[in-house]
Each structure stands twice: as C-alpha cells, then as structure tokens.
Design a protein around this ligand. Structure first.
Ligand code: PGA
Length: 241
C-alpha cells in the first residue's frame, strides 16, 4: 500500500480529485467506483469545480456506488442515491443512466445483488474505486465478521456504524438497520483503490489495516492483498502508522 499524508481535509480532497480528474481526462469512458459518507464530499466538490471551471467532461463516464441503505428509496434524503445526486451527479454532466447505486427498495434482494455484481463485471471492473473506512474498519458496509464476503449482499449494520451514522438522521432509531453492500470481489475489481481517511477517530482502523493481520474482524485489512491501493489520509488519521 502506498500512503499519502495530507496536512488537512482540503489537501486530501484536492489530491484525490486530481487523480480522478486525470483519469476522466485520459480515459473518457472510464468506470468510477464511488463512495458516500463525510470523507469524499470535498473530493466531489473539487470534481464539480473541475467540471464548471475547467470543462472536465463526465458525459461518457459510468459510476457504480458501493452501497445503499436497505429500505430507503431515492427520494429519501439520507439514501445514498440522494446523497450522490446532491453532492455530485446533479452538478456535472453525467447521464443519469450511467450512474448506478444498489436499489434499497428491492423486493428481490438476491437478484438485485447478483445483478449488481454482474453489472460491475460487465463493465470490466472499476478503473478507480474510492472507499472510506469506518471507525470499526469496515469498507463499504462490509462489517466486522468471521469471514470476508465476496458478493454483493444484504448486511446487518454494526451497532458502531448505526451510532456513527445517527448524526445524519433525526434520531438513532431512524437509522436503517440493514444495507446492500458490494462485497470484496467487486471492490477488488478496481485497477486502483483510493482509500480516504480524515480524523483521529480513524487512526486505529488505519493502523490495523496497514500493519495488522488480514482479519475479517477488520474488513479493510483485506486491501493488503490488492496490488494497487493508495491511502490518502489527513495526518491525524495516520498517527498510529
Ligand atoms: P465517513 O464514513 O466518511 O462518514 O467517516 C466512512 C465509512 O463509514 O466508510
């Protein structure tokens, strides 16, 4: 794993966006794997700026997102589809049909999950996959577990995750208890994985991810097996590395 230490959130966002913008410019038909949460918001702001001020063209880009809350539809303001519209898609020229987020309202979970993995495979995998990391070491919604799960699947959210994400909802009781998440196979289809982290609360998970044993109790540790991972993190998040 290659690690880039940044002074602050703005630098992390600029560096990440610069890499993604370079890909979009050099490979207009690229496939971007995208993430939600607080961490990538600054990166998306920079990408919007590249589009508005420097004519970065997203018209041939395809995106696949990592996950979606189970039970939330695209109209729900805390759904990840809504997050992506608000923080990126509504502000760039990507065709709506090129953007993919798992269907949180599906009545046929097994089929939706299988189709999502087939979609990623049919696209040839992602060129860049952006991921955050949970305080508990999750990537996407692959929570600490006894095994690494390969396929896209329905997952029960960890208590830590529900607590961490309660800040976006009126109360902790409103946080969905389940989500549909990409599994490790589709995440690993990426030619390059950019893992972003900001904040001292991520320091323990980052240190265990980089130095610890590969252990499904720390799902991000499996990234040690991917040939091309770049960690772009604010220095507080690297304090224990
Ligand atoms: P955050 O979430 O960006 O809101 O910290 C990251 C994650 O849980 O994967």
């Amino acid at each position: 794993m290659h690690v880039i230490s940044c002074l602050d959130y703005a630098e992390m966002s600029r560096k990440t966006a610069r890499i993604i913008a370079a890909l979009v410019q050099l490979k207009p038909h690229c496939v971007l794997g995208l993430a939600t949460g607080s961490t990538p918001v600054g990166t998306y702001k920079e990408l919007i700026r590249y589009h508005l001020e420097e004519d970065l063209d997203f018209s041939n880009v395809t995106t696949v997102n990592l996950d979606e809350y189970y039970g939330l539809g695209p109209e729900h303001e805390q759904s990840y589809r809504c997050f992506m519209q608000r923080n990126l898609f509504d502000h760039i020229n990507i065709p709506p049909e090129n953007t993919h987020v798992p269907d949180g309202l599906t009545r046929d979970v097994a089929r939706t999950c299988a189709e999502y993995d087939n979609l990623v495979a049919s696209l040839g995998g992602t060129d860049i996959q952006l991921v955050g990391i949970g305080d508990n070491g999750h990537i996407a919604f692959n929570e600490p577990n006894t095994v690494f799960v390969a396929n896209t699947h329905l997952v029960d959210l960890d208590e830590d995750t529900i607590k961490a994400n309660a800040r976006f909802f009126a109360s902790e009781g409103d946080v969905p208890r389940q989500a549909i998440t990409m599994g490790m196979r589709s995440i690993f289809s990426a030619k390059l994985i950019l893992l972003l982290a900001s904040g001292p609360n991520k320091a323990s998970a980052i240190a265990r991810m980089i130095k610890g044993p590969i252990d499904p109790q720390l799902p991000a540790s499996i990234l040690q097996l991917h040939p091309n991972v770049v960690v772009i993190a604010v220095k507080e998040a690297l304090a224990l590395v």
